[in-house]
Write a protein that binds this ligand. Sequence first.
Ligand code: ZN
Length: 306
Amino acid sequence: MNKTLPILCAIFLLHNNMLYCKKQKKIVSLDTDKMHCLAKAYRSYISKITKNHTTGKIYFYMTNGQVIPWQDNPNKTFQEKLVSSSLADIVSEDYPVNKDILNAPHLNYDPGRFRNSAFFQSIYGSTLSAVKKNLVEVPWLPGTMKQLSKKPIHLLFNKENGAAAALEKVSQTLDRLPSSFKKYVLSPAGTFAWRNIAGTNRYSPHSYGIAIDISTTYSNYWRWDHQDNLDNKYVKYQNKIPEKIVSIFENNGFIWGGRWYHYDTMHFEYRPEFFCKKPIKASVAAPVTDLVKTKSGSAFCPKPAN
Ligand SMILES: [Zn+2]
């Protein structure tokens, strides 16, 4: 490797206040572990991350041309974060990977419900036709369907960022479960659907083809269970989905709506940013670039493009 390249890169980066750039070998530190996790999970769709040293503002430049600020207002209420999420809001709550599911989530603890539309649309498609182009068919429990002489099911899922590949891994693992678990997953209620989240004007993750509802029969949804209480005064947690099924999804980069205070227990959603500390299997995740820790935080050191 040319020894002058790192020096030239450093000069270039300092001049441009750049935190991350696909084409550079050595990058200065990202501000926080959470920013690092978000950038790592979606690195194929981010061309650079910059920081304005005068204002302190950080911007994600997406490969589709979108420029999205990391943070808007750090003092938003829960409702404000839901309605208008910044990138920082997306990862503001830690998701409890593979933790005990018996405990009810505490008030307004909804890791994964804060979604920045511009960000996810940059990855999975910003219009109905754009998303449709990214959808592929995932065979659902093919072995079990054959065994039970049932009609094969093919679920539409987004192929971007390894989402459909991750769902296929889930399907293959569920297929091998003892028969007592199959009733929870034999009749999925849906994956892709271009629609808003119930009671809101925000796009559902089902619009992007990155979410699956595994069963209506065994599900609990806070809105259905609290028709008289949609102003959130109290929510009494309920769940019938076994931990075994939850862990299969979580092992493949899916979060579960049953871990939310505003629970939706049939809902699983591909969100690799919450599995930063527990690496997703290489065969499922997008190609891994080199990541190193520095004294000031986490740094991106992507391999140079071939
Ligand atoms: Zn759902």
